[in-house]
Design a protein around this ligand. Structure first.
Ligand SMILES: *Cc1c(COP(=O)(O)O)cnc(C)c1O
Length: 481
């Protein structure tokens, strides 16, 4: 045996221990706090200065992780975690990631993993069907929504501008996720070529405002080529008017990208499908299976309507990869695929395994039901808040998101949000709408029941009575997620 090898018995023993600890954690979630914060100073004390030269028993290391590291976090899979965008993976999904790292496959090329690559194509085929994309569309699984949107902009730039930004202008709304502007910056678009159009009163990217911005840029001799819409927006869950934006982009010759990282999988429900009408008309779409498809981090996805454009944007051949060059031509369904040609990564992880395993194991109807329940709970939460004497509904429900306030102002509301955390009951986050602080619930955990939502709303109804905010930093500060 090599110095890094273990006996089969010992490997099993270690694996069972990890499984036992994870199952225990998940079974105990309801009774555990949704968030446990820490500071750099506390972590220095807890971790000490370990000497990596010294071997340590695996059990002792697990103890250390489960005592001093892993619990000091937001549990994004906690049934009362309603902050940011929750993620509650299924157990088969978790095991899928374990399988991916233990099975020694290489998902960058067809010769590296023909079997797995076909499986990822199968999963992408499901997504195509769900979002109503044509057969010639193509996509790939990526680390998350931010990378997918970046790759979408690379694809659009290659198709419309070439390899540099030129006179191209990127448009998005003031409610869009920060990853859109970041992608444009990474790709070298100057500040004056990134237009953030002010969202309308309903927090949507209004086609009229967009048309105006496009016309102004055309008169300056610029090239309006890329529009990133949201479905739904992270702060409010609001879906931009996709059909109207598709009409406008069509007549302007601009590429329409829809960032549906959070909301896209709602298309699996009847209600979500109606809300997302027009999604299939986008030139490209960002989806995040690690959000509303209940997958562990990381699982994002880019889908491109004309799949050829994805390949044209990313494919670069290298002599060291000559053995992976595949015959093209003939029926594209029979062409082998190198996923390394479809995105920025060559070596990548086998993310389709978790999706395939969990969806096939439970069957799609159960996923539909879990998404549908998130929509219902958000609707019920909004009605409960609207009827409350202590709270005012500000926005929603839109998909799983509800925004509200007490009327007592930012200091009062942020104290309530903080108190909820410190009491360990649950976790919500906040955002700003028209400049004003609002509390925000995002409901999408398949384990959340109405009692969980009710408990958190009731806790947020209680006035703070001028309690000082507890020290330790805001949860969304530098030390937070
Ligand atoms: C979460 C989210 C993103 C970012 O996705 P990551 O997976 O965190 O990179 C982008 N857009 C929207 C609308 C989101 O909800």
């Amino acid at each position: 045996m090599s110095e890094l090898e273990l006996s089969p018995e010992r490997m099993r023993e270690m694996g069972y221990q990890v499984v036992d600890r994870l199952v225990e954690r998940i079974a105990g979630l309801d009774a555990a706090p949704a968030w446990r914060g820490t500071t750099r100073a506390e972590m220095r004390r807890r971790l000490g200065k370990p000497d990596p030269a010294e071997p340590v028993a695996f059990e002792a290391l697990l103890d250390e992780l489960f005592q001093h590291v892993l619990p000091l976090a937001t549990s994004t899979d906690h049934p009362r975690f309603f902050a940011f965008i929750p993620s509650c993976p299924t157990w088969p999904g978790v095991l899928g990631d374990f399988l991916a790292s233990g099975s020694g496959i290489y998902p960058g090329t067809w010769i590296g993993s023909g079997g797995y690559t076909a499986l990822e194509l199968e999963v992408l085929g499901w997504f195509k069907e769900w979002i109503g994309y044509p057969a010639e569309s193509a996509g790939l699984l990526m680390s998350g929504g931010s990378m997918a949107t970046l790759a979408a902009l690379v694809t659009a730039r290659a198709a419309r501008l070439g390899t540099t930004p030129g006179d191209g202008v990127v448009y998005t709304s003031s409610q869009a996720h920060s990853s859109v502007v970041r992608a444009a910056r990474i790709l070298g678009f100057a500040e004056g070529r990134i237009r953030v159009v002010e969202a309308d009163d309903a927090f949507r990217l209004a086609p009229a405002a967009l048309a105006e911005a496009i016309a102004a840029d055309r008169s300056r001799g610029l090239n309006p080529f890329f529009v990133a819409a949201s479905a739904g927006a992270t702060s409010t869950g609001v879906i931009d008017p996709l059909d109207e934006l598709a009409d406008l982009c069509g007549s302007e010759g601009a590429w329409l990208h829809v960032d549906a990282a959070y909301g896209g999988f709602a298309v699996l429900t009847r209600r979500g499908e109606a809300l997302l009408r027009g999604l299939h008309r986008a030139d490209s779409i960002t989806l995040d299976p690690h959000k509303w498809l209940f997958q562990p981090f990381e699982a994002g996805c880019l889908m491109v309507r004309r799949g050829r454009e994805l390949l044209e944007a990313f494919r670069v051949s290298g002599t060291y990869l000559q053995d992976t060059e595949l015959s093209d031509g003939g029926d594209p369904d029979d062409a082998e695929v190198n996923f390394g040609d479809r995105g920025p990564q060559l070596t990548r992880s086998a993310r389709a395994l978790k999706i395939w395993l969990s969806v096939r194991h439970f069957g799609l109807d159960r996923f539909r039901g879990a998404i549908e329940r998130g929509l219902e709970l958000a609707e019920r939460a909004a009605a409960r808040i609207a009827a409350s004497d202590a709270l005012e509904l500000v926005s929603g429900p839109h998909l799983g998101v509800v925004c509200f306030r007490s009327g007592g102002g930012e200091a009062e509301d942020s104290t309530r949000v903080r108190r909820l955390l410190d009491e360990g009951t649950g976790m919500v986050s906040s955002t700003r709408l028209r400049g004003e602080y609002v509390m925000r619930l995002c409901i999408m955990n398949h384990r959340t029941r109405w009692e969980d939502v009710e408990r958190v709303i009731a806790a947020l109804e209680r006035p703070s009575a001028g309690e000082p905010s507890v020290a330790g930093g805001r949860p969304n500060s530098r030390e937070g997620p």
